[in-house]
Design a binder for this molecule. Structure first.
Ligand SMILES: [Mg+2]
Length: 386
């Protein structure tokens, strides 16, 4: 397939509710959408870089630059044999995983639409075979619905947080994740656990602690958490292994796993017993498939993280989370939680069993609303093959 045209759209969508983590507070969600066109089909990818370099060093501006000047020319007008071929072409680019993922994922959607198959099916077909003989050929089927949970930010008060938990549990979310930071941890998690003794609960520190804080983190043990996500430094793997050795609660790595190599290194030293896969952070769906299967070989479950995506990125997350080793609920809430009016339709709606439906339509299974795109777009750039 030859990609004839690639368009970058820089948009900014107001969030329904501001979202606060240990990094800061988000009121709108700017992002770059990438459209790749070939043979009358258009595939879409979302860049999850934010305006500021808090979660990652990438920003909207670095992603725009790297896409425009380096990534788009490696794909435009070239004969692309498969979506993974794009990941291969990008191997010379150091870093910038979110920029790479945006274009690679657009090509995945393009191939799925051109073949008339749901993205989830295309991903399942491209899943690397697990190496161990006990795994070979097994568990390759995808699900039709994916279990999801809700991620709750840091609130101005404990009462405000308890109200939020009550609201989301009332809406039907079967798993809750609490953001924590020093000073907003043990007593807060204890209060939530006391009120909801059986609720599947996990916490995410976004790298806000050091190994010296291990005694505080161990105080979370009695609360029967599913996992403690990224407690230590964002690019540290070794200290997480030291912490895991002191904790029964599984450590889950998010920020530290930026490639399939990172996942392998982390598993080799028992730095985590769960991995959060974010497609943008690891550089695209090809790398996400590799990490899925590496973790499967180690008997380590994965789950799909969220970056306040629009329905474009959400649809890719749902397709990915349908794969067999995604054994824990993803941070993929229903669309209504994020935006009054999303950029793409239809919305993802929460089912009674705390799941979202995996689209059965070709590609991502969502349509970008061009009028809405025009209304929220700050700039765009079109590149066409010669
Ligand atoms: Mg996280």
């Amino acid at each position: 397939m030859k990609v004839e045209e690639i368009t970058l759209h820089h948009i900014d969508l107001p969030l329904v509710h501001p979202f606060e983590t240990s990094f800061g507070r988000e009121i709108t969600r700017p992002c770059i959408l990438v459209a790749a066109r070939a043979g009358g089909c258009t595939g879409w990818g979302e860049c999850t870089a934010m305006a500021e370099p808090w979660y990652s060093y990438e920003t909207i501006e670095t992603a725009w630059h790297v896409l425009r000047d380096f990534l788009v020319p490696l794909v435009l007008g070239e004969e692309i044999a498969s979506p993974s071929d794009v990941a291969y072409r990008f191997r010379r680019i150091r870093g910038h995983p979110m920029a790479r993922a945006a274009l690679e994922n657009a090509v995945w959607d393009l191939f799925a639409r051109a073949e008339g198959v749901p993205l989830a099916d295309l991903l399942a077909d491209h899943l690397p075979q697990a190496g161990s003989s006990s795994m070979a050929g097994k568990e390759r089927r995808r699900r039709d619905r994916v279990p999801v949970g809700v991620s709750l930010g840091i609130e101005p008060s404990l009462d405000a947080l308890l109200d939020k938990v009550a609201q989301r549990v009332g809406e039907g979310y079967g798993r809750v994740k609490l953001k924590i930071k020093p000073g907003w941890d043990v007593s807060v998690v204890g209060a939530v656990r006391e009120r909801w003794p059986n609720l599947p609960l996990q916490v995410d520190a976004n790298a806000a602690y050091t190994l010296d804080d291990a005694p505080v983190l161990r105080e979370l043990e009695p609360f029967d958490l599913l996992l403690i996500e990224q407690p230590l430094h964002h690019d540290d793997i070794v200290h997480h292994a030291k912490l895991q050795a002191q904790c029964h609660t599984p450590i889950c790595l998010d920020e530290s796993i930026q490639s399939s190599s990172h996942a392998r290194w982390a598993l080799e030293i028992d730095a985590c017993r769960v991995v959060n896969i974010k497609v943008g952070r690891v550089g695209g769906l090809t790398a996400a498939l590799e990490i899925h299967t590496i973790c499967q070989e180690w008997g380590v479950p994965v789950w799909c993280g969220g970056m306040l995506e629009t329905n474009v990125g959400r649809a890719a997350n749902v397709a990915l989370a349908s794969l067999p080793n995604f054994k824990l609920p993803g941070d993929i809430s229903a669309s209504e939680r994020y935006y009054h009016e999303d950029i793409a339709e239809p919305d993802f709606v929460l089912n009674d069993d705390s799941t979202l439906r995996v689209p059965s339509e070709p590609g991502l299974g969502v349509r970008v609303d061009r009028k809405r795109l025009d209304a929220v777009r700050l700039r765009h750039l079109v590149r066409q093959a010669d």
